[in-house]
Design a protein around this ligand. Structure first.
Ligand SMILES: Cc1cc2nc3c(=O)[nH]c(=O)nc-3n(C[C@H](O)[C@H](O)[C@H](O)COP(=O)(O)OP(=O)(O)OC[C@H]3O[C@@H](n4cnc5c(N)ncnc54)[C@H](O)[C@@H]3O)c2cc1C
Length: 364
């Protein structure tokens, strides 16, 4: 059977890697709109559920040594006074670029069309998808399809036009500092600093011996940035961190802001179904969640593992539809929980510290 994977981010590569273990999937193609060698993104945390999924779908790598172990989370006031210190099950902070390179290696049996953008679906009268249309007019036929095109998924919009991303309440700036001394001091500790008024926080975690991933989350209703230029991002942050802990200043002083990204964080109310006949939505396309859960990439990896298991015994088109329906039933409760947890953590983030102590920004 021929699989067509739309989107070559974490979800798309994880599906491509997972399909290697499925008999009868003789041919797969991934369609990715970004050009080859156009890496982007900074880093994220591989949580125990994501690591377990990786062990299942791509066991050739030791994923725990792909980045830096994180086993403690310290939540602090802006000037570094610890409010809580929690030991967590070991997680791994990885560079998105390095992580995707490894996952692509696991997916190397899959042909990838890079710089090709999905435009629409061709569907038969019973709702099954028969082919995808690309922006350049080409069409690609297949037997089963995976919509892995991220939070602003065009595949999802085609299938479920009423499923819209929620408005932006929190923006996030993500970057990396080349700061070996700070990375050594942080060690395996994820430190997050909170403004007393709420709605503004900074997280720091080491991704290697020399690099520190940092992010700034802020209330989008209180602050609107004119643009995402390096100068705007840098001066917005610097105006706010004069009396913050020295680690924070150290991270920003070691940052090239031209490589920083500004993300609008948006979630998606749980869909009634994650599949439509022979097409399954995977990763953010199925369940975009708020960053407070740290479950975006991890959820995509678990989706891929479950799909691999569900597809293991398929012989024909009807089996594929049944496997995708089971995947949908199995994953929906998890997505509902992530949606609710993301909203709960966001409300805690927006509240002043006098009303609400910061809560752990990770959901297992
Ligand atoms: C460029 C980028 C950088 C990121 N950086 C970070 C980060 O630093 N930290 C973090 O926590 N999360 C980051 N994320 C988000 C995180 O990777 C995802 O939330 C999570 O991994 C879920 O993965 P996904 O594959 O579902 O979605 P994504 O990772 O968003 O992947 C979707 C893929 O589909 C492709 N695509 C979109 N539309 C089309 C189309 N029409 N045709 C073909 N392909 C299409 C995109 O180019 C992308 O490669 C980033 C996402 C992207 C796209």
């Amino acid at each position: 059977m021929r699989s067509i994977i739309i989107g070559g981010g974490v979800a798309g590569c994880a599906i491509a890697a997972a399909l290697r273990g499925v008999s009868g999937m003789h041919d797969s193609m991934m369609i990715e709109k970004r050009a080859a060698n156009d890496p982007a993104g900074m880093g994220f945390i591989l949580m125990p559920n994501g690591l377990a999924a990786l062990d299942a779908i791509a066991p050739e790598f030791d994923w725990r040594s792909a980045g830096r172990c994180i086993d403690r989370v310290t939540l602090c006031t802006h000037d570094g006074v610890a409010l809580s210190d929690t030991t967590i099950d070991p997680a791994v902070c990885v560079s998105r670029e390095k992580f995707l390179r490894m996952l692509r290696e696991s997916a190397s049996d899959t042909t990838t069309l890079e710089g090709a953008s999905f435009e629409g679906l061709e569907r038969s009268s019973n709702g099954s998808t028969t082919a995808v249309r690309l922006e350049d007019g080409a069409r690609v036929e297949g037997d089963l399809f995976f919509g892995c095109d991220g939070a602003r998924s065009k595949v999802r919009t085609t299938l479920f036009p009423h499923a819209l991303l929620a408005p932006v309440a929190v923006m996030e700036i993500v970057s990396i500092a080349e700061a070996p001394a700070l990375a050594a001091r942080l060690g395996t500790n994820f430190r997050k600093f909170h403004d007393a008024e709420g709605g503004f926080a900074i997280g720091l975690l080491a991704e290697s011996a020399t690099r520190v991933v940092w992010f700034v989350q802020f209330d989008a209703l209180r602050w609107t940035l004119a643009n995402a230029s390096a100068e705007t991002l840098s001066s917005f942050i610097r105006e706010r961190i004069a009396y913050w802990a020295s680690e924070v200043t150290e991270a920003f002083n070691a940052t090239d802001f031209t490589k920083s990204h500004l993300w609008p964080t948006r979630d998606l109310a749980p869909l009634a179904s994650l599949a439509c006949e022979n097409l399954a939505l995977v990763g953010d396309a199925a369940h975009a969640c708020l960053p407070f859960t740290s479950q975006g990439a991890n959820g995509a990896l678990v989706d891929a593992m479950i799909l691999r298991d569900e597809l293991s015994a398929v012989c024909n088109d009807a089996d594929v539809c049944r496997a995708f329906a089971r995947y949908s039933t199995q994953r929906r409760p998890h997505h509902q929980r992530m949606f609710m947890e993301g909203r709960r953590l966001r409300a805690a983030f927006l509240a002043p510290l006098t009303q609400q102590h910061p809560v752990l920004p990770l959901i297992a």
